[in-house]
Structure formats: structure tokens, C-alpha cells
Design a protein. Structure first.
Length: 236
């Protein structure tokens, strides 16, 4: 070979259809121009990289084989677990699935409304029942009064935090707390009926105290809730 010529020999071992085969490539290049020989150097480098990829694939295959053996060992160990361990695994699996389903359903506005309304109605019933059973609460609807005032406070806190502080993507939670919970918890219609009953029975002073007191105390509760949230979580 003359000046500027190149000879290269490359050998590789690959796995072809589960049979070991070897490939030997002998390249003899002749180039009179030194600039052209540089181009062939790049070509030779690219060809030389091909067998390395084959070896990398062999490493990957061996790693996959080790992973498969590890999976088999895990499955074998799981099969040998005691009965109570298997039961616990099933319980954890089902609880995880139920939690995932619940989180998915919590994105539905109708579900949020139903859950909030049910919780608010339950709280209103038992709180009102407790007040009605107290000897000192006879003659004045303390239960409805406390429920309406506390509901006004909860509604104000929920409205300021959810509607004014949180990003718009979280405003669906107002359906749960504001519309559902407070809607089922507060009792404006019951408040009107009890005021009428006080007037019918001759308790004008109680009726006026219930009417004006509920309005004024409810407004004060809303004002207090808004001021508290603004103080703790100032708007940026």
C-alpha cells in the first residue's frame, strides 16, 4: 500500500438466533489524498462502534435475565407466606383500590354536593337535638340560633379560603363545604318557622330576639370569619 492508505481489521461476536457466530471484517482502503483519508478514518470509527453495540445488547440481555430470576424468587417467596400475611396483602390491595376510586369520585361535583349535604344535615340534626334536650334551652330556639350563626362563620371561612386564596383548580371544594355542608347545616326555613311559632304563642320578645339576633349575629360571624382568614392568610 502507498502513502495515505489504511488497513483495518475488526472482529465481533454476536448472538444470532441462539447460535454463537463470529464476524470478521477486513477493510483495506487506498487513498492518495490525505484529506480523503481523514474521511475514511471517520467511516472506520463508525464501523468499529458497531460491535460495541452488540456487546451492550448482551449486557442488557443478561440484566434482563437476572431481573427475571429475581421476579421468580419474589413470586416463590410470596407463595410461601402464611395465610394471615396473604390476607393482609389482599386487604392493603383492596384499600388502595378503594382509596383511588374515592379520590377519583371526589372530583365529581355531584358527589361532593351529596357528601357535603349529608354531613351538614347529620351535624345539624344532632346539634339541634342536643340543644332541645337541655333544660336551660327551653323556650328559645338555641339550637337553630347556634347552627345558623356557626354556619355563617363556616361559610365565610370557606368562601374566603377556597374562592379567594386557593387557585381556580381547587374551587370545586366550595361545592363540598359551602354549597353542600353549609346548605345542609344551616336552617333558614326552620328559623322562619320557629320565629312564627314564637309569635303565635305570644313570645314577641323571643321572636324579635330570634329574628334580629340571628341576622345580626350571623352577619357578625361572617365578618369575624373573613377578618380571621384575612389576618392569618393575607392576600398576596
Amino acid at each position: 500500500m502507498t502513502r495515505g492508505s489504511y488497513a483495518a481489521s475488526f472482529g465481533s461476536t454476536t448472538d444470532c438466533d441462539s447460535k454463537r457466530c463470529s464476524c470478521s471484517v477486513i477493510i483495506v482502503l487506498y487513498a492518495e489524498d490525505p484529506k480523503l483519508s481523514k474521511v475514511w478514518e471517520v467511516v472506520l470509527s463508525a464501523i468499529a462502534a458497531w460491535p460495541r453495540r452488540g456487546r451492550a445488547n448482551e449486557v442488557t440481555d443478561s440484566e434482563a435475565a437476572r431481573q427475571e430470576q429475581a421476579d421468580k424468587a419474589i413470586r416463590a417467596a410470596s407463595a410461601e407466606l402464611p395465610g394471615w400475611r396473604k390476607a393482609m396483602e389482599w386487604v392493603i390491595c383492596w384499600c388502595g383500590a378503594a382509596l383511588g376510586w374515592l379520590l377519583l369520585m371526589m372530583k365529581n361535583k355531584t358527589v361532593l354536593l351529596v357528601l357535603g349535604g349529608a354531613a351538614g344535615t347529620w351535624a345539624r340534626y344532632w346539634l339541634g337535638k342536643w340543644f332541645n334536650e337541655q333544660p336551660w334551652a327551653q323556650g328559645f330556639p338555641y339550637g337553630t340560633f347556634v347552627i345558623n350563626v356557626s354556619g355563617s362563620f363556616i361559610l365565610a371561612v370557606a368562601a374566603v379560603i377556597i374562592l379567594e386564596r386557593l387557585p381556580p383548580s381547587h374551587q370545586d371544594w366550595y361545592v363540598l363545604v359551602g354549597t353542600g355542608l353549609c346548605g345542609g347545616y344551616t336552617t333558614f326555613s326552620t328559623f322562619e318557622w320557629e320565629t312564627f311559632r314564637l309569635i303565635r304563642d305570644g313570645g314577641w320578645y323571643y321572636a324579635l330576639a330570634n329574628a334580629f339576633g340571628s341576622v345580626l349575629a350571623g352577619f357578625a360571624a361572617v365578618l369575624l370569619g373573613a377578618i380571621m382568614v384575612n389576618g392569618l392568610l393575607p392576600k398576596r
